[in-house]
Design a protein around this ligand. Sequence first.
Ligand code: GLA
Length: 397
Amino acid sequence: MNREKTEQEIREDLRKQFAALYGDAEGVRFFFAPGRVNLIGEHTDYNGGHVFPCALTIGTYAAARKREDDKIRFFSMNGKGNTFTEYRTDDLEPAGKSGWTMYPLGVVWAFAGRGMKLPSGFEMVIYGNIPGGSGLSSSASLEVLTGFVLKSLYGFSVDGVTLAQIGQYSENHYNGMNCGIMDQFASAMGKKDHAIFLDTADLSYTYAPVVLDGMKIVITNSKVKHQLTDSGYNDRRRSCEEALAELQKVVDIRALGDLTPERFEEVKSAIADEDRRRKAKHAVYENARTVRAVEALKEGDIPAFGRLMNESHVSLRDDYDVSCPEVDILAEEAWKIPGVLGARITGGGFGGCTVAIVRNEAVAEYQQTLSRVYRERTGIEAEFYVVDIGDGPREIV
Ligand code: GLA
């Protein structure tokens, strides 16, 4: 990471901004929810498959306080505006609303839909240190943060899994992004030094210690953000749903994640369209790769884990079609560097970041070589973050 502000510095910045906007900072409380990186299991979470993400130590911070009246006020220190956006507790419907405040407001709306209507308004200032559009789940961290703030300010009894479900529900139904549950789950349920092996078919999960002796997880940001991310994502999801419906005519499954690769090969001809068949193939094979990768990690076989990461990238590039030339350069050039065990695109795709496992002694070389090659081929300065795996949401005192 670049030199980041310390948590106490961020807290102090938020306090000052809060007081400047809302008159004073009497009784204000401070909160944090993390972003996430997915190690493997991409585009499997809306196909009833497995994912293997972990929470980061970067994320979104909030200063928040209840109000006596019905006003809800949001301000972001990352934005350009110099005043807050205001809503009312009895006007939460999405129609006519736009902008980033749709994320926290969607969570307020989803709480109300679950019988947790706010008895009064609140005011909030947020600050995020996840690079925007990087695929490291800044929006999920904002949703989980908002849910955690509401729970803490109003005393609602909501556990971490429910916070994740509320975040996903609001993103699907309020923000029109048909995402799965992985990002919100990773943010809400994160555990220091562990990745979460989540079966999205039934939300059963285990924590797997990420023990990488002599190696680091390195995220590389392509800084490419494609316009059609949401529509491309929703299209992929639709293709998978159509493929599932075709397969269900010949085999008794609830989701693509129910199929082994072997069984998929036997029944795949039921999918009429070649492109759709490739999309479904990715979902099935990626799920199997994720299960194998977690076994490899448990056995300490990091080279095997790395090879599965590489295979995941190839599948996302060629079959699922969610990579882009810039991110392909980052992954493919990484594979050539000695000491890199695996590298792949991470997150929803269409730009964003790669995640790689790199031997300690090769990290400097990895950064130098990739920076140079990436600059030569794209004119863009890549950014690198050595990952620390952090906990889920919390109050900062
Ligand atoms: C985005 C979505 C997740 C998941 C990933 C792809 O991050 O929000 O639900 O589908 O893409 O694995």
